[in-house]
Ligand binder design. Structure first.
Ligand code: ATP
Ligand code: ZN
Ligand code: MG
Length: 341
C-alpha cells in the first residue's frame, strides 16, 4: 500500500549511517545495569552454553529453564491480556510466502533456503558414490540439489499471514502468538549469545483496523516494560529501524522508518557496555494484509503489527544482569522464571 511505496521512495535516496542517529528513548527501566563483563565466559565455564559452530550454541538445563520461563510469561501475557490464539508452526516456510511478504527482496542477505537432492535414482547414486572421495562436500551437495519451495523461517510471523490469507475480519481483530526456531545468516557473529545464526523467537501478531492494531502494539509495549521492571532488569525501549537491502547495497538506516515510528526495540544491557535488542515492536501498515488478501469488514486490506522476542538474547541479558548463579538472583525474579524453585 501507500506505506511501502513511501518506504521504497525514501530508501532510494535518504539513508543515514547509524552513528549519526540519536536513539529516541520512549521508556526506560528504573534499574541500573551492573558490570557484567565475562558473563559469556562464565556461562561456558559452568557448562551452561557450548559453541557448536559460529552463531550456533548448545544450551544447558538452567539456561533453558530461564528461557522457557521468559517465554511462558510472554505467552501468558499474549493469551491472557490480548486474547491471542496460540499456534505451533513448522520449521519449514513456503518460499512463495516469503516472496509475497517481500522478504526475499528486502533481506536476501539473511535468507536460509532448504534444498534437497533431485528426486531420481541416478542423482542418489552419483551423490552417494562421491561422498567419500570429493574434496568439497558442499559443492557436491549443491550439484545434486534442487529447490523444492521451502525455506527456514527468518521470523515466525510470516507463517501467520499465510495461515490467515484470504480471511475476512468481520468479527474484529485477530491476535496470534507462536514460538519457533528462526534462522538468519548474519554477516558476523561474536563468541556470545548476542547474535545467533539459529535462535528462538516468540511472536505476537495483531491483524485488524489501523487504530486497533496501533493501540495493541502500544499496550503490549507498555506491558513488556512492566515485565522488564519486575524482572529487575535495566533497559529501555527506543525507536529503531531495519537494514534493508536496496539497489545492491544494504541500506542500514532509513529515515522514514524512524520518523514514522514503525519499529521500536527493547534494548537490554549485556557485556562490555553493549546493549542488544531483546524484542521489537513493528507496525506494517497494510503491507501484509494486502499481500495476503486479509480484509476488514469494509473490504479494505487489514493492517498488521508484530512483536518479536529473541529468547536467547532475553535470557542472556538476565544472566548478564543477575549473574550466572541462579541461587543468587532476587527471589521474586527466580520465582517468576523457574519451574522448580
Ligand atoms: P538486530 O538489530 O539486533 O539485528 P533485528 O532488528 O534484526 O535485530 P527483528 O527482525 O526485529 O530483529 O527480530 C525480532 C527479535 O529477534 C529481535 O529483537 C531480537 O531479539 C531477535 N533477533 C534478531 N536477530 C537475531 C539474531 N541474529 N540472534 C538472536 N536474536 C535475534
Ligand atoms: Zn514479525
Ligand atoms: Mg538484524
Amino acid at each position: 500500500g501507500e506505506l511501502s511505496r513511501k518506504l521504497d521512495l525514501i530508501i532510494a535516496k535518504d539513508v543515514l549511517p547509524q552513528r549519526e542517529v540519536e536513539a529516541e528513548v520512549v521508556w526506560s527501566s528504573p534499574h541500573r545495569p551492573r558490570n557484567a563483563d565475562g558473563t559469556f565466559a562464565q556461562l561456558a565455564a559452568a557448562g551452561m552454553v557450548a559453541e557448536m559452530g559460529e552463531g550456533i550454541y548448545a544450551t544447558g538445563a538452567l539456561f533453558h529453564e530461564v528461557l522457557s520461563g521468559l517465554d511462558r510469561r510472554l505467552h501468558d501475557l499474549a493469551v491472557g491480556e490480548f486474547a491471542a490464539s496460540a499456534f505451533h508452526y513448522p520449521n519449514l516456510i513456503s518460499t512463495d510466502t516469503l516472496r509475497r511478504a517481500g522478504y526475499m527482496s528486502s533481506f536476501p542477505q539473511f535468507l536460509m533456503t532448504a534444498s534437497r537432492f533431485r528426486s531420481d535414482v541416478d542423482t542418489y547414486d552419483s551423490f552417494a558414490s562421491g561422498v567419500a572421495s570429493v574434496d568439497d562436500i558442499g559443492q557436491h551437495i549443491e550439484e545434486h540439489s534442487e529447490h523444492l519451495g521451502y525455506c527456514l523461517p527468518p521470523a515466525m510471523c510470516y507463517h501467520v499471514y499465510q495461515h490467515l490469507q484470504g480471511r475476512g475480519l468481520a468479527e474484529g481483530p485477530i491476535v496470534v502468538t507462536t514460538r519457533g526456531q528462526t534462522f538468519r545468516f548474519e554477516s558476523r557473529y561474536r563468541r556470545s549469545l548476542e547474535r545467533l545464526w539459529e535462535f528462538t523467537m516468540r511472536e505476537v501478531v495483531f491483524i485488524g483496523e489501523r487504530t486497533a492494531v496501533a493501540e495493541q502494539r502500544r499496550r503490549l509495549m507498555s506491558a513488556v516494560g512492566d515485565m522488564v521492571t519486575e524482572l529487575g532488569l535495566a533497559g529501555q525501549i527506543e525507536v529503531a529501524n531495519d537494514p534493508f537491502f536496496f539497489n545492491g547495497q544494504i541500506a542500514e538506516y532509513v529515515r522514514v522508518q524512524r520518523a514514522m515510528e514503525l519499529k521500536y526495540e527493547l534494548c537490554l544491557p549485556v557485556e562490555h557496555g553493549r546493549s542488544v535488542a531483546a524484542g521489537s515492536f513493528n507496525i506494517h501498515g497494510e503491507k501484509f494484509g494486502s499481500a495476503f488478501g486479509i480484509t476488514l469488514a469494509d473490504g479494505g486490506a487489514a493492517h498488521s503489527a508484530c512483536v518479536g522476542f529473541g529468547l536467547e538474547r532475553f535470557a542472556y541479558a538476565l544472566f548478564c544482569q543477575h549473574g550466572v548463579d541462579l541461587d543468587a538472583w532476587p527471589d521474586d525474579v527466580r520465582a517468576m522464571l523457574r519451574t522448580s524453585v
